[in-house]
Design a protein around this ligand. Structure first.
Ligand code: NAD
Length: 479
């Protein structure tokens, strides 16, 4: 019997009035329905916003240490349930077990991290020109936060928006991605159990064009934080700014790893394979371009192909690389593989569905060589396990090619040359820059965000910077 999960609105579990649901299936075996969720409407979203607006001022007035206590208790509940959450994440999104477990742990750590921050928030006392003036800066919440999240990190991304929003005293309406909403429902259950007052968090599942749009346009919300594709993100950004709201959009990437003449080809291939094929290439920071100096090109390609061919593919439960999340994502990757070949790139390995795995949304780790910078495979986000290898003559050309795309999320260089490394750090057009490391993988206590089309740039997520978006400062002169 498949379980039907309800929306969480005003502290209650409620079904949509239409009675419609949407099925979430296992991407490794789509004949298996994992759960049903509400296919909610704009009316459900509006009810959620009303509940959040009603609950906001009392939550804002709740002392920071008490808000922190609830976040900490939530972290502890999620920790107790780590193994079930990991299973659910694998079942709905398809990640390999170590990656899924790591993501759940990240969500737990985020709740603990912002629990401490909640107690610390409040403001700072300043010196004043008049000795009788008590001058201080108060940190206040902004109001009702609308959070819209993608499927590829279905628990970590909602956590990294939700925890700072709540820590700062905002109330929240949250729409998770329809491909993998289960782990967000579990976060709501844990917050409820930890004592979050009714209405402070409201989770509504359903189509982005209905639920998401209502969250953005409803007068009751004050700020919008969106993570997802650049296409939808642009729309969300325009809608939110038109409605006069504070908005943050974190979007796609076309992340390069530059391989210098001084790099060890085997080490560089290891870094590129891990960044490009980890999480089935479905990370916003995934390495999708290896930009390789001609002196090490042949050796690098041989090593990368070997790495790609030894990856163990199958259901994420007990294999190294799981499926793509949906048939749409698989079709899109296969289409890019066709386009790359028709544009003249050479398929060095992969390119198809692995033998015996055509029931799920599996695709082979794929490497293209002879890629030119203006080909679509070198410019557009594929969001699957596909690495395009481009050959360059020198560091300057490598840097130009790395920067020659619309995106600017993460960029890395593999080099033994300190001068090159420093220049790359200074000149790479990306919000995250790494030296001798893969493009993926983030620490939670430092800012994260992109340049160019990868982000709205004004606000960053995570760390202290992650709190700025959810707070506003008021300067008080008290004589
Ligand atoms: P998506 O844009 O399709 O959907 C993201 C969310 O927006 C979902 O909840 C979806 O239901 C909702 N949505 C869809 N249409 C909407 C609309 N018209 N109005 C409001 N909301 C709407 O993205 P996705 O496929 O879920 O996620 C993959 C994308 O996310 C990739 O491009 C990836 O690079 C990006 N991403 C970026 C980051 C980052 O921090 N920069 C992190 C993870 C993923």
């Amino acid at each position: 019997m498949v379980e039907t999960r309800e929306n969480y609105i005003d502290g209650e579990w409620v079904a949509t009035e239409t009675g419609e649901t949407l099925d979430v299936t296992n991407p490794a075996d789509p004949s298996e329905v994992i759960a049903q969720y509400q296919r909610s409407t704009a009316a459900d979203a509006s009810t959620a916003v009303e509940a959040a607006a009603d609950a906001q001022s009392e939550w804002a007035a709740t002392p920071g240490p008490e808000r922190g206590r609830i976040l900490r208790a939530t972290g502890a509940l999620l920790e107790e349930r780590k193994s079930e959450l990991t299973d659910l994440l694998i079942a709905e999104e398809g990640k390999a077990r170590p990656e899924a477990a790591g993501e759940v742990q990240r969500a737990i750590d985020i709740f603990y991290y912002f629990a401490t921050k909640a107690a610390d928030l409040g403001g700072t006392v300043k010196g004043a020109s008049a000795p009788s003036t008590n001058l201080y800066v108060r940190t206040e919440p902004v109001g009702v936060a609308a959070l819209i999240t993608p499927w590829n990190y279905p628990i970590a991304i909602p956590a990294w928006k939700l925890a700072p929003a709540l820590a700062a005293g905002n109330s929240v309406v949250l729409k998770p991605a329809s491909q993998a909403p289960g782990v967000v429902i579990e976060i709501a259950a844990a917050l409820d159990e930890a004592g979050l007052p009714d209405g402070v968090l409201n989770v509504v599942t359903g189509p982005g064009s209905e639920v998401g749009t209502e969250f953005i346009e409803n007068d009751g919300t004050d700020l919008v934080s969106f993570t997802g594709s650049s296409q939808v993100g642009q729309l969300v950004y325009d809608q939110a700014t038109d409605a006069g709201k504070r908005v943050q959009t974190e979007l796609g990437g076309k992340n390069p790893t530059v391989v210098s003449a001084s790099a060890d080809p085997a080490e560089a291939a290891d870094i590129v394979a891990s960044g490009g094929f980890g999480t089935t290439g479905q990370s916003c920071t995934a390495c999708s371009r290896a930009i390789v100096h001609e002196d090490v090109y042949d050796d690098f390609v041989a090593e990368l192909v070997e790495q790609a061919e030894t990856i163990d593919i199958g259901p994420g439960d007990d294999h190294e690389m799981g499926p793509q999340v949906s048939d749409d994502e698989l079709d899109s990757t296969l289409e890019y593989i066709d386009v790359a070949q028709s544009e003249g790139a050479t398929l060095a390995t992969g390119g198809g569905v692995p033998e015996g795995l055509d029931d799920g949304y599996f695709v082979e780790p794929t490497v293209f060589t002879d890629v030119e910078p203006d080909m679509r495979i070198a410019q557009e986000e594929v969001f699957g396990p596909v690495v395009a290898v481009l050959q360059v003559e020198d560091f300057e050309e490598g840097l130009d090619v790395a920067n020659g795309v619309e995106y600017g999320l993460s960029a890395s260089i593999v080099t033994d040359d300190h001068t090159e490394a420093n220049r790359f750090v200074e000149e790479a057009e990306a919000g995250v820059v790494k030296v001798n490391e893969k493009t993926t993988g983030l620490e939670l206590h430092v800012p994260f965000g992109g340049f160019k089309r990868s982000s709205s740039e004004t606000w960053r997520e995570q760390g202290d910077a992650g709190l700025d978006f959810y707070t506003i400062e008021k300067t008080v002169y008290d004589n």
